[in-house]
Design a protein around this ligand. Structure first.
Ligand SMILES: [Zn+2]
Length: 265
C-alpha cells in the first residue's frame, strides 16, 4: 500500500507562490507525486533517484504527468513542459512567426484565428519559461515507512543493489536496461517476472509474424483470401493448444481448400 506520508509536501517559501503550479505557474488544483504513487514501492526498493515530494500543480500538468514514471522534480518538470510544448505546438509556431502589427493586413477570419493563436502561444511560452519557485519541504529526512528489501534476485543470482542486479540481468538476458527497468517496475519489482514478461512479449511478436507470413504464403499458393486463411488458422489454434501453424494450415488445406474431386485431365 502506498501512503502520502512517504512524501514531503513542497511548500512555497513566499506567500505569493501559494496555489501555484510548480511546473508551469498556472493555478494549482492538484498534487503531483515525485515519484508517482503507483511506483513508490519501486523507488523505495531500488533507491533510484527521487525526492519523495508532493508537488502542487495545475490539472493540465497533472494529466500530462500521469504518463511520467520519473522520480525527480527536474525530470518531471522537463516531461510536463515537453508535453505542453507538444500540445500547443501550433499556437507556439504562430507566436514565433507573427507580430501584432502584421495582423492588420489580414482579412477578418484569418486575423481572428491568428489572434487567438498569438494569445495562446504567448501564454504557453510563458508557462514553458516558468522557472518554478523557492520552496521548503515539511521534513528534512524522508521517513521510510517501508523497509527496503536488502537484495535483488535474478534467477538464482543475488545482488545487494538494484544497479548491480540490473546490470547483470541486462547482460545475461540481452535486454536493454531501460526496458528491463520499466518492466521491473510494472511487474511487482521482480526481475524474474519482468524477464518472463519480456520474453513472453517477444515470443508473441515472433509468433504473430510467423502467422502472418505463413498465412500470406498459403493464401497466395492456393489462391485464397488472406483474411479467410488467417481467421481459420487462428480458430484451429485457439481450439487446439498443441497445434502448430503449419499443422493448422495443413488442416485447412485438407478440410477446406483441397479439391474434392481431382480435376480430370
Ligand atoms: Zn501546470
Amino acid at each position: 500500500m502506498t501512503l502520502a506520508t512517504d512524501y514531503h509536501l513542497l511548500v512555497p517559501t513566499y506567500s505569493n507562490d501559494f496555489n501555484t503550479c510548480f511546473y508551469c505557474g498556472c493555478i494549482a488544483s492538484a498534487h503531483d507525486y515525485a515519484p508517482p504513487l503507483q511506483y513508490l514501492e519501486f523507488y523505495l526498493a531500488t533507491r533510484e533517484p527521487s525526492e519523495f515530494l508532493q508537488v502542487p500543480c495545475c490539472s493540465e500538468c497533472h494529466d500530462h504527468l500521469k504518463a511520467c514514471k520519473a522520480g525527480t522534480l527536474d525530470e518531471r518538470r522537463t516531461f510536463a513542459k515537453a508535453r505542453l510544448a507538444k500540445k500547443y505546438d501550433k499556437a507556439l509556431t504562430i507566436y514565433e512567426m507573427w507580430t501584432e502589427a502584421e495582423l492588420a493586413t489580414l482579412d477578418f477570419s484569418l486575423r481572428h484565428s491568428i489572434e487567438a493563436g498569438l494569445k495562446l502561444g504567448g501564454e504557453t511560452a510563458e508557462r514553458l519559461g516558468y522557472p518554478g519557485f523557492a520552496y521548503e519541504t515539511a521534513g528534512l529526512q524522508h521517513n521510510m515507512q517501508h523497509q527496503p528489501v536488502s537484495y535483488f534476485d535474478v534467477f538464482g543470482e543475488r545482488f545487494s543493489t538494484f544497479r548491480e542486479a540490473l546490470e547483470f540481468a541486462s547482460k545475461a538476458y540481452r535486454i536493454p536496461k531501460n526496458t528491463l527497468k520499466e518492466y521491473f517496475a510494472d511487474n511487482n519489482n521482480n526481475f524474474e517476472l519482468a524477464i518472463q514478461a519480456i520474453h513472453k512479449q517477444v515470443a508473441e511478436k515472433e509468433f504473430n509474424q510467423q502467422l502472418k507470413q505463413q498465412c500470406a504464403a498459403f493464401a497466395k499458393q492456393h489462391k485464397q483470401a488472406v483474411i479467410f486463411v488467417h481467421k481459420q488458422v487462428e480458430r484451429y489454434l485457439s481450439e487446439n493448444d498443441d497445434m502448430t501453424i503449419s499443422e493448422a494450415l495443413e488442416h485447412l488445406y485438407q478440410t477446406r481448400v483441397k479439391p474434392q474431386h481431382p480435376a480430370k485431365r
